[in-house]
Write a protein that binds this ligand. Structure first.
Ligand SMILES: Nc1ncnc2c1ncn2[C@@H]1O[C@H](COP(=O)(O)OP(=O)(O)OP(=O)(O)O)[C@@H](O)[C@H]1O
Ligand SMILES: [Mg+2]
Length: 222
């Protein structure tokens, strides 16, 4: 599904070299993979390369059997829209739209007719346990519920891979654990691959596969 081959993405700042260096990893279909590591170890940098938001300096990102990281921006943008889903720490829902409209948004961007977008958005909202909250705006939902909407929105276009950067960082433990259980179930059920960056033990506990970054390099498994 996703394969990173010898990815290097370096930042030079004031003579210091930071980023990620020579990282190779594989996330198969239906796998919830977690990139763990302390602050500054390169988790977000790696997710941005894997999410085709940032090209690597060296190495290649393979998605569904094809090398994709050096394609022109327009092609990468199209892949992001059609094959990737994103979940962020700060939920990033559109505040003036209802939960249902937030989930419909990427489907409409893809050109799905409104009736089909509505049916699909309702089904996925039901799957994440929010069938009765579709008409609420994000500000009228709890943090845990907002993050469920964000996951529903990421999954609605049926992406191959969902990337999530610290998805539980703004949630307390009581909301973080069920959110990760949901991601684990969705990965298995739908065959979607998940790549999640986090240092939250509740996230790591749910992982099917853990990659540890230390100073931008993959730590060798013990
Ligand atoms: N745009 C940038 N310009 C310069 N340096 C950067 C940039 N983005 C990240 N870095 C540096 O690269 C290193 C890795 O940063 P990154 O954000 O990937 O870490 P992280 O593991 O996501 O940390 P956190 O857990 O705090 O989110 C850090 O030393 C950071 O300062
Ligand atoms: Mg980060």
């Amino acid at each position: 599904m996703l394969e990173l081959r010898a990815i290097t993405r370096a930042y030079e700042l004031g003579g210091e070299r930071a980023g990620v260096f020579g990282v190779s990893l594989e996330v198969p279909q239906g796998c919830l993979a977690v990139i763990a590591g302390p602050s500054g170890s390169g988790k977000t940098t790696l997710l941005q390369v894997a999410g085709l938001l940032d090209p690597p300096d060296e190495g290649e990102v393979w998605l569904e059997g094809e090398p994709v990281s050096r394609r022109p921006e327009r092609a990468r943008c199209d892949l992001r829209l059609r094959r990737l889903g994103f979940v962020f720490q700060a939920f990033n829902l559109v505040p003036v739209l209802s939960a249902l409209e937030n989930v419909m948004l990427p489907l409409q961007l893809q050109g799905l007719p409104p009736a089909a977008a509505l049916t699909r958005a309702e089904a996925i909202l039901e799957r994440v346990g929010l069938a009765d909250r579709g008409d609420r705006r994000p500000g009228q939902l709890s943090g845990g519920q907002q993050q469920r909407v964000a996951i529903a929105r990421a999954l609605a276009p049926e992406p191959a891979l969902v990337l999530a950067d610290e998805p539980t960082a703004n949630l307390d433990h009581a909301h973080g654990v069920p959110l990760m259980e949901l991601m684990s179930e969705l990965a298995r059920e739908r065959g979607t691959a998940f790549l999640v960056a986090s240092h939250d033990p509740a996230v790591i506990a749910q992982a099917h596969r853990v990659f540890r970054l230390v100073d931008g390099r993959l730590a060798v498994a013990p």
